[in-house]
Design a protein around this ligand. Sequence first.
Ligand SMILES: C[S@@+](CC[C@H](N)C(=O)[O-])C[C@H]1O[C@@H](n2cnc3c(N)ncnc32)[C@H](O)[C@@H]1O
Length: 235
Amino acid sequence: MNTYTSARVAPLLDRLFAEADAASPLASPAFASLSSDERQRLMRSKAEYRELYADLRAFALPVSRETGRLLYMLARASRAQSIVEFGTSFGLSTLHLAAALRDTGGGRVITTEFEPSKVARARENLTAAGLADLVEFREGDALETLASGLPETIDLLLLDGAKSLYLDILVLVESRLRTGALIVADNADYCPEYLDYVGSSENGYLTMPFTDDVELTIRTGAITPAAGSPGQGLP
Ligand SMILES: C[S@@+](CC[C@H](N)C(=O)[O-])C[C@H]1O[C@@H](n2cnc3c(N)ncnc32)[C@H](O)[C@@H]1O
């Protein structure tokens, strides 16, 4: 079974990606009027992410087609059952993740988005694909919506919301990441502190840039202390 290439999902993804390509965020007057430096600053800001994404609420801003395919492949190959997504938007990445769940026997994607109109669009898209039963939509700021009610273990985490919050969201869900859990961070080059954290083996991760856009990380968990040293193990 391959839901990703099925007659119900593949044409929908083609249409949604084509619509996203046709609607550049640079068409947003508020965004277009900013200098490139100012845009970069906003992308990294912890204080202004709400305003930034409110200005961009009409835009899908999806992962690339390749990253979508990668998400389907990773979720399917790892037989992930419990997936958390930071940044739903119109649900293109969610469609890939839910398609993988369908093909491996079920599970749940918890996805979170603070723009209500986007949650509605995502819900419509997942329903059109016949995959809404696999998705729990949490409307609100991920710092709050992911602070409680998480599954015992998380198999795969997608970070694709405000770039400045990647490390905060990782730390929020960290205790639930199973050993071997996959973490896909889109555009992680905007968040050096996130890259430093997952790049430091004491924190229990193994990481590498997978494409220009994607940092791929696994939770390795326990640290083996050097012989004779008292070192502390992670769960
Ligand atoms: C790059 S888009 C996500 C694209 C989506 N993953 C896809 O591939 O279709 C980022 C989304 O995250 C949302 N977002 C940003 N920061 C958020 C936060 N702190 N809590 C919830 N949603 C957030 C934005 O409103 C925006 O819709």
